[in-house]
Design a binder for this molecule. Structure first.
Ligand code: F3S
Length: 62
């Protein structure tokens, strides 16, 4: 699984960075970003939850 954040949609609410800090972080623009590469298998469910919780639907999952 890979995940990315659409910078045009993110409103910096920080739910994702609080829920899954090992995957999501705030970049210098104050927007969430996901670490590149595959999401660790043990964090996949949390990433799916963060995507559901994101009020801007900015988290994409492939
Ligand atoms: Fe942005 Fe959504 Fe995370 S608004 S900070 S991608 S929960």
């Amino acid at each position: 699984m890979k995940t990315t954040v659409d910078p045009d949609l993110c409103i910096s609410c920080a739910i994702c960075t609080n829920m899954v800090p090992d995957v999501f972080f705030m970049n210098d623009d104050g927007l969430a970003e996901a670490n590149p590469g595959d999401v660790p298998a043990n964090l996949e469910d949390q990433v799916r939850e963060a995507a559901e919780e994101c009020p801007a639907d900015a988290i994409l999952i492939e």
